[in-house]
Design a protein around this ligand. Structure first.
Ligand SMILES: Cc1cc2nc3c(=O)[nH]c(=O)nc-3n(C[C@H](O)[C@H](O)[C@H](O)COP(=O)(O)O)c2cc1C
Length: 193
């Protein structure tokens, strides 16, 4: 698929089958993240990739409940989020692999540090789409690992102690039909002159 078509048809997916993603494909998706633009040329992100579904579920349940989810955002009708459907247990929606994009702790309030993490996540999302793997970006990473049950876990999994997860990318094969692209709101593109 042409990149432009892929960008226009990609959707955030929140229903996954139990099919695993093979290691080679996960490496390719993660490598796309490592090649993302990065502030100051510092390559300031690290990616911690988990493909243990039980552990993903455990972290996902904590992720779903670590901040207030009782607001009515109407995120998605065809791929409901934890805000839309309060019966969803895991903030990672049963995905089979989880990429945690990590940055240095001292960068967590720096716009360039956070921006570097999110462009890394977006590169992974697009590469995943090209591989036929669905995804959704999920937030609340800092709050998730502040919960007592998970304290110190990233370090135990091999992350440098001065790094922290800042955003998640859920990865898996879609369960059900792929949703249609959402139309874009008017007035968001301004040309000058
Ligand atoms: C910074 C960021 C944080 C997001 N956090 C979440 C999240 O915590 N949970 C979730 O289900 N989706 C999350 N999303 C996905 C958005 O809800 C989704 O991109 C948006 O509704 C547009 O839908 P689409 O990606 O299908 O076009 C996040 C997206 C971004 C860019």
């Amino acid at each position: 698929m042409e990149l432009f078509d892929l960008i226009q048809t990609r959707r955030s997916i929140r229903k996954y089958t139990k099919q695993k993603i093979d290691r080679e494909t996960l490496e390719k998706i993660a490598t796309a993240g490592l090649y993302a633009p990065n502030a100051g040329g510092r390559q300031g992100t690290k990616i911690l990739m988990i493909d243990d579904a039980d552990l993903i579920e455990k972290i996902g349940v904590i992720n779903a409940n670590c901040e207030n989810r009782n607001w009515n955002a109407g995120v998605s009708s065809d791929q409901p989020s934890i805000i839309d459907d309060k019966t969803i247990q895991s903030g990672f929606y049963g995905c089979q692999a989880l990429a945690m994009v990590c940055i240095q702790k001292r960068s967590k309030t720096a716009v360039n540090g956070i921006g570097t993490a999110f462009v890394c996540a977006e590169n992974m999302v697009l590469q995943a789409c090209a591989e036929g793997v669905s995804s959704v970006i999920v937030g609340r990473a800092e709050a998730t690992f502040q919960q007592p049950e998970l304290e110190g876990l990233p370090e135990k999994m091999g992350l440098d102690p001065d790094f922290m997860p800042i955003v998640f990318v859920c990865l898996g094969y879609i369960d059900g039909p792929y949703p249609k692209a959402k139309p874009r709101n008017e007035g968001r593109l301004i040309f000058y002159p």
